[in-house]
Design a protein around this ligand. Sequence first.
Ligand code: SF4
Ligand code: SF4
Length: 353
Amino acid sequence: MNDEHRRSILKCVHCGTCRAYCPVFNEYGWESTNARGRMLIAQQIDDDSDIDDSFRFSLDTCTTCGICEQMCPSGATPPDVVENARAAVVRKVGASKAQEKLKNDTVEWGNPLRESRQRLHWLEPAQKEELPDKCEYVYFAGCMTAYRYPEVARKTFDILKKLGVGVLEDEVCCGSPLLRTGSDASELIGHNLEQIKKSGAKTIITGCAGCYTTLKKDYPDEFEVLHVSEFLEKKLDELDIRKLDISVSYHDPCHIGRAHGIYEAPRNVIRRICNLEEMDTHHENARCCGGGGGVRRSFSDLSQSLASKRMDEVPEKAELLVTSCPLCRSNLEMAAEDRELIDIIELLEKAMC
Ligand code: SF4
Ligand code: SF4
């Protein structure tokens, strides 16, 4: 653990404010599953106390949603401390079988989904021929969008290419699933950095909140990173958009919202197209979808329960729930019942003449 994380642990004055906000504590009710408990556990790990599996449960059930950090009166940063403590556990006692498998799969296949399809399978063969060798702006689709929502990747690129954006020749996983769960992702990062260099890109554009936070936080500060909504917000006048007579609601992904303050760009895109009805909690108070921090993969019941609570916050008037992250969308779809979810790009595509 570095000094910054140690300082953060010391900043925790155990006031318990975070207990009222932590969605996971709200499910389990155990002190070890809120930020205050997790900070104490991180301290014990740093002090070299004996580590057993209960430590892992406490750390691994954190979705890194960041609402504790948002509300903390002392300025502590529990999500960063949790991620760091997870890495310390892996260093001290080794990776769990699930972590080992996730890492091996992601490095071997270039994605955590064990997908053998080509990364750019979502592009038409003719479009592949037309790709420029060098580009100032590059679209980074990410694993979830490329393999679980390829139509979103295709629609995103259809819009972005008109605005001079290219793609990487051989993108692999950004490393988020490994980094967020305490593993090393240097091989994947190194590969993508080489690809970015080769492309000549100065700006990377992604529609995935997990990729966004990883490219921004864990890659060297050598290029600008934009969420697709930030890029498109400034280009709306260049796109032929008509107003749609519908009302939608918007789910703030934690990893672009609270983590990076991207609240208005997606809302500005949506408001240009149709009416926006806010969810019960939104902006910095938004409830987590339950999918982040590796929780969806390891604790699916917890993830599903958090997704259900988030879906209960969709206002009646909203005909669609718009997301700007494929992981949030996929997690919320588990609890959507008769509600329809779409990506912000799909909403934009509906409105383009
Ligand atoms: S709100 Fe902040 S200071 Fe208070 S217990 Fe939680 S992490 Fe510690
Ligand atoms: S990041 Fe979210 S899940 Fe983790 S301790 Fe803080 S409030 Fe709880």
